[in-house]
Design a protein around this ligand. Structure first.
Ligand SMILES: [Cu+2]
Length: 272
């Protein structure tokens, strides 16, 4: 049988194309290392996320010089942290950020508008996605999966802030009395945490003022952290100096403020 030369050429060309198509698909599936979510991944219990590492305290943690882990819980209808109730997610410029996102109820998504960060969020699974942020910018978080009647309200903010405005100190708690007896000390136990990975210092400032007597006090205390730990300090007000009446106090750490007021009484009434 005689096959025409042109026909041979077309046969070879078609064969090359078929091989090339199969090679491309194989490379795209296996060669690039893109993994699909499957049941061999680590799973989490959506009903007990407070017991899961990272999701027990969602938010930003520094894990390297310019590297941060961010754990986010999506829920009907918002992101913790990230939404208006829990505050925006702040990260510094020139950072590499690993987002770990899960859901505590139904399927949501975590999409950063204007970036290629876009993942489905499935209860029980942890979506992991890494992104680099070079410039200060604010990115909206939106949910692309219809998840219920207030789906359109699901939104949040990732704010990339200048290096000098960024810190991971949290004013966790101020234990303060409501009232003290004249002559006793009023003590304020302050707990601050650091989510930085290395040794850092910050300053806690205590201010108190009795508006009636005009008496005031301001004390600063330096706090040192090893990394991923908490520090405590106690401020004391001598009520003999302050006299009776209410005095207002504030504790400030970086941009975090707690405040309250204490009544100094001649004599404390005994609770029965
Ligand atoms: Cu949603």
């Amino acid at each position: 049988m005689q096959i025409h030369n042109y026909e041979k050429m077309w046969l070879v060309a078609a064969l090359v194309l078929i091989v090339a198509i199969i090679a491309t698909i194989t490379y795209g599936t296996v060669g690039l290392g893109i993994a699909m979510v499957d049941d061999t991944e680590d799973t989490v219990d959506p009903g007990a996320l407070e017991e899961e590492d990272g999701f027990d305290d969602p938010g930003v943690t520094q894990v390297g010089e310019n590297e941060y882990d961010v754990h986010v819980i999506a829920y009907q209808f918002g992101y913790d942290p990230g939404d208006e109730v829990n505050g925006e997610i702040q990260i510094p410029e020139d950072s590499e950020v690993n987002f770990y996102v899960t859901s505590r109820d139904v399927i949501h998504s975590f999409s950063l508008v204007g970036t290629n960060v876009n993942t489905m969020v499935v209860p029980g699974e942890v979506a992991a996605i890494t992104a680099e942020f070079d410039e200060p910018e604010r990115y909206g978080i939106i949910c692309n999966e219809y998840c219920g009647p207030q789906h359109h309200d699901m939104e949040g903010i990732v704010a990339v802030v200048p290096e000098e405005d960024f810190h991971l100190f949290t004013l966790e708690d101020v234990e303060a009395p409501d009232e003290v007896e004249l002559g006793d000390d009023a003590t304020f136990d302050v707990t601050v945490s650091s989510d930085h990975y290395d040794e850092r210092t910050t300053t806690a400032t205590f201010e108190a003022e009795n508006e009636t007597t005009g008496e005031e006090v301001e004390v600063e205390e330096e706090l040192t952290f090893d990394g991923h730990d908490t520090a405590e300090t106690t401020f004391t007000v001598d009520t003999d100096d302050f006299g009776t009446g209410d005095f207002d106090w504030t504790v400030t750490v970086e941009d975090e403020i707690e405040s309250g007021s204490v009544a100094v009484l001649e004599e404390l009434e005994e609770d029965e």
